[in-house]
Design a protein around this ligand. Structure first.
Ligand SMILES: Nc1ncnc2c1ncn2[C@@H]1O[C@H](COP(=O)(O)OP(=O)(O)OP(=O)(O)O)[C@@H](O)[C@H]1O
Ligand SMILES: [Mg+2]
Length: 396
């Protein structure tokens, strides 16, 4: 099974590109599911499905064309299915603090539950072999990053907090329940967490395997959007996920050359050049700004036809190399950048804001540093084969 994860800044066209990709995959005979992980779902809208047709009450996968199902993770329903113990406990606590029933129930939706639910589905479908490809239509970048860091966070919780919490609660429950206004979580709360954990176990290895999971970043030819795409690129890499394509959506076509849009087009063309340089060797694909909104199967197919060759399979593995890695060696921090295209020349390094700028000959790359490394200063750069290794240290 392949997982294709579409992410990017809000409104850039993630859902449209994910939906179009789903259609293309289905056309190649692959059993495909497009799953929306964004709580603000618009997948059904993108396919212009009548809400009466789309049974939100079950939120099970629903077929839109042969070989293509879509699913919108419905968090209220997921809570009933998987989270009852956890949210039940939180609701009790919130109620004692004076909140009404409905408010308490709504507030008991913890951040991250959607992501966890989506991951449980991914794991379940992988085990059952129900699909050849799962296309994940993610929420804007920040939330997607929560999606991919969730397994690690939970793993940490299960190893460190869970056993202790459980022991403590078991010891004090009889006494505390008599004295405290808030009931302590019951044993089933812990059983529920453990059960959930088992359901998403192994998902981190799946996400980090480039043969299984590929990230595609959707962007627009605008400087602010590009910045976010660069950051997303680095962060996905940091989490061990491989970005294999950049999709630049909403490129003004040559016809848009009048006095009003001409300037926009010029600026876009310049930014497109930068996009190619920055992400090299990751391929960049372009999608024009259409004259209409991309809604319904027909227009999504049109989008697919500019994005893919007629018989192209979007699920093929085209990149298995991880472009950046961050790590520690000999007490110093290291950034390792795959630079298969760089000639051995003079390497220049400097910091610009929280970015590390690496210049090799005339090539320049901005590497957004993770927060923990943003204050460090570069010390030296060496080549290990085709990998540039930059050493950073704290400066007193
Ligand atoms: N190339 C395009 N030409 C014209 N309209 C487009 C294009 N791409 C997307 N749109 C339209 O822009 C709007 C936003 O697109 P879409 O919903 O795919 O973005 P998104 O990144 O998923 O947004 P969100 O962050 O809210 O989930 C939609 O109305 C869509 O039809
Ligand atoms: Mg969307």
């Amino acid at each position: 099974m392949r997982i294709l994860l579409y992410s990017g800044k809000g409104g850039v066209g993630k859902t449209s590109v994910a939906a179009a990709t789903g259609l293309q995959l289905a056309k190649q005979g692959l059993r495909t599911l497009v799953m929306s992980v964004d709580p603000a779902h618009s997948l059904a809208d993108s396919f212009a499905l009548k809400t009466s047709l789309f049974d939100a009450a079950t939120a099970d996968p629903m077929q839109v064309v042969p070989n293509l199902d879509i699913q919108e993770v419905n968090i209220q329903l997921e809570i009933k299915r998987h989270w009852r113990e956890i949210s039940g406990y939180i609701t009790t606590v919130l109620r004692t603090s004076g909140l009404g029933d409905v408010e308490a129930e709504e507030m008991a939706i913890l951040p991250g539950m959607e992501e966890l639910s989506a991951m449980m589905y991914v794991n379940q479908y992988r085990k059952s072999g129900a699909y050849d490809v799962i296309v994940l239509d993610c929420a804007p970048t920040a939330e997607s990053l929560r999606f991919i860091s969730m397994p690690t966070t939970l793993d940490w919780y299960m190893k460190h907090v869970f056993p202790m919490e459980r022991k403590v609660f078991n010891a004090v429950r009889p006494l505390a329940n008599r004295m405290s206004p808030v009931e302590l979580p019951s044993d089933s709360y812990f059983a529920n967490i453990k059960d959930l954990f088992e359901k998403i176990e192994g998902i981190d290895t799946i996400l980090e395997d480039p043969q299984l999971t590929s990230v595609r970043l959707v962007s627009n030819p605008e400087r602010m959007v590009l910045r976010e795409t660069q950051r997303a690129f680095v962060y996905f890499s940091l989490h061990g996920l491989t970005v294999d394509t950049i999709v630049v959506n909403r490129v003004l076509p040559a016809e848009a050359n009048d006095s009003y849009f001409g300037k926009w087009r010029e600026a876009q063309q310049e930014i497109l050049g930068e996009v190619e340089t920055y992400f090299n060797p990751v391929p960049v694909r372009r999608v024009p700004m259409f004259q209409e909104e991309v809604m319904g199967v027909e227009r999504l197919e049109k989008l697919a036809s500019v994005l893919y060759a007629a018989d192209e399979n979007p699920a093929l593995v085209t990149r298995s190399e991880r472009p950046y890695s961050f790590g520690r060696a000999d007490g110093a921090y290291q950034v390792r950048v795959a630079m298969p295209f760089a000639a051995k020349g003079e390497v220049k390094l400097f910091k610009k804001g929280d970015e590390l700028v690496i210049e090799v000959g005339t090539l320049r790359r901005h590497v957004g540093l993770p927060t923990s490394m943003a204050a460090l200063q570069p010390q030296r750069a060496t080549f290990e084969g085709q990998t540039l290794v930059v050493t950073l240290r704290e400066v007193a």
